[in-house]
Design a protein around this ligand. Structure first.
Ligand SMILES: [Mn+2]
Length: 358
């Protein structure tokens, strides 16, 4: 080849590049075919044994000058790219995906629209403790024109010796106070066994952070005709969070609100780390409304307002926060719930912010 000049050599390289590219594309098409066959058979697409066999064969076949280590590296890349393309296609095919449905899903809670462009709010005590306690908060919300109240009747707590909630009795208290004040009830359900009896008392099924991976509960919530508020698991990636929502929608229920509630990191200044970037990403990747729970993400009353503003500024459809008539004696999360005066200040400041930035 010594007689060829540099330009001719480069032209040859260009030709080879396009030939290699054509071959890789041809290979990708065949791998996609294999993927479809495997999907029908329910077999995993990634097959490490097959990959080892292919690499061993190529090593024996390799006549050089390409060293085997470099050859393996290149082919690992080719193998991986085919797999990645298939995974991308799978992700696009999710029912919760924005690519599947471009327009926003609006969740309807007793006529109250969530995700229609106007921010919504979910306030209420961490746990239902008594009728008087819930009614006090409910009246406060009614006076402010709010439509939703939260309260935990089943409390999944870190310690089994901590207050576990009033159970069904708690749901009945919530329902009674909510009916008297024209509010809709958001409450957590922790097991499919409680779901059916709870449906008479709640308007939104909350699935908590600790249950985001409870696939039986997700499927059960997906098969009933009630909106679901799904919280992100404390160590869940956004991909896992989106797939948890897919479990619900795959059963037919598309009335899902996603709720970012902070993730566990090494930072101790806040109870969890509020992943604010999750909001725009979830809005881009899915068509579902997205809430931010400022109470559990921060665990700090002093930064509820700025984080709530941040949530709305990045495009959240709503904010959730805990309010208790007397947080000092609350049976759970006493350090982070707002009392009624603090709530009043928080609420008016947030409304002022919205007036300016709506
Ligand atoms: Mn709480």
């Amino acid at each position: 080849m010594g007689h060829l000049n540099l330009d001719e050599l480069r032209t040859k390289v260009n030709e080879l590049n396009t030939q290699i590219l054509d071959l890789i594309n041809e290979r990708t098409e065949i791998v996609q075919e294999i993927g479809k066959v495997k999907e029908k058979q329910g077999v995993n697409r990634y097959d490490p044994i097959r990959e080892r066999e292919m690499l061993n064969f190529l090593k024996e076949y390799n006549k050089g000058p390409l060293p085997n280590g470099v050859m393996e590296h290149i082919f690992k890349g080719i193998f991986m790219s085919a797999l990645e393309i298939q995974e991308d296609e799978q992700r696009n095919a999710l029912l919760v995906s924005r690519k599947k449905k471009s327009e926003d899903t609006i969740v309807n809670i007793n006529g109250q629209a969530i995700g229609n462009g106007r921010p919504s709010f979910i306030f209420g005590p961490c746990a239902v403790e008594s009728y008087e306690q819930v009614l006090t908060v409910a009246k406060e919300l009614q006076a402010k024109g709010q439509k939703l109240i939260r309260g935990g009747a089943y409390k999944p707590r870190t310690s089994p010796y901590d207050f576990q909630g009033l159970g069904l009795e708690g749901l009945k208290i919530l329902k009674r106070a909510a009916d008297e004040t024209g509010l809709a009830v958001v409450s957590e359900i922790v097991t499919p066994a409680h779901l059916e009896e709870a449906l008479d008392y709640i308007d939104v099924i909350q699935i908590g952070a600790r249950n985001m991976h409870n696939f039986e509960l997700l499927k059960e919530a997906g098969s009933v005709n009630k909106p679901v508020l799904l919280k992100r698991g404390l160590a869940a990636t956004l991909d896992e969070f989106i797939n948890a929502a897919e479990y619900i929608i795959s059963q037919g229920n598309d009335q899902i609100i996603l709720c970012e509630r902070g993730i566990r990191t090494y930072e101790r200044a806040t109870r969890n780390t509020l992943d604010i970037s999750a909001v725009p990403i979830l809005k881009q990747e899915t068509h579902l409304p997205v809430f931010v729970d400022v109470t559990h993400s921060t665990g700090r009353r002093d930064i509820l307002l700025p984080t709530a503003k941040a949530a709305l500024a990045v495009g959240a459809d709503g904010v959730m926060a805990e309010v208790h008539p007397d947080p000092a004696v609350a049976l759970s999360d006493s350090a982070q719930q707002m009392d009624l005066d603090q709530f009043d200040a928080f609420y008016s400041a947030l409304m002022d912010y919205l007036k300016v930035h709506a």
